[in-house]
Design a protein around this ligand. Sequence first.
Ligand SMILES: N[C@@H](CCC(=O)N[C@@H](CS)C(=O)NCC(=O)O)C(=O)O
Length: 195
Amino acid sequence: MNLYYAPAACSLADHIALIEADVRFKLIRVGRDKQTEDGRDFTSINPKGYTPALELDDGTILTENLTILLYIAETTGKLLAKNGLDRWRAIEVTNFLTTEIHKNFLPFFNPNAADPEKDKAREALELRFATVSEQLGDKVFLVGDGMSIADAYLYVMLMWAALNQIGVSETLTAYAERMKVAPSVSRALVEEGLA
Ligand SMILES: N[C@@H](CCC(=O)N[C@@H](CS)C(=O)NCC(=O)O)C(=O)O
């Protein structure tokens, strides 16, 4: 299995999940020029042109972060409750992270975005992170007793928040510090050259 990734991009969530679920995989870095580190045109692998993309052993390509995270969880039986409300809460919050939080970071990655656009996005992000913080409360993980796909994604969003001076609660800051030293997260950070 190959994970096409860019360092510190949202693909870091899949990277963490693959390690946490004990999957054997190879990392293939994709540059800003859409060339893979082994010299291929990434758009011929994922015509959408963005990471993450997961290449299964039979060559099938899966895209979209939520889908890849669910695929890892379903095929390994890890990182997602098999039934009950925790399963739906984990999917619910992961979808919230991708549609309501991830997307609001776009102005911070756009060198042409004007300050008012960034201010609006910052306000939206701070509101949404507050919602997630309430959901976390005094728990160790977002949903249930162990790390789920939602935690892998939330860690990356909090890393972006810190890099872009987005205000988050002390609860979320402490959570990010704990996650950072989890074995799967610290290994992923080292493998992406971020440690
Ligand atoms: N809808 C996609 C969005 C993925 C995405 O935003 N990827 C970013 C990195 S976090 C990317 O590769 N951007 C480069 C580009 O779009 O050219 C998903 O949920 O997986």
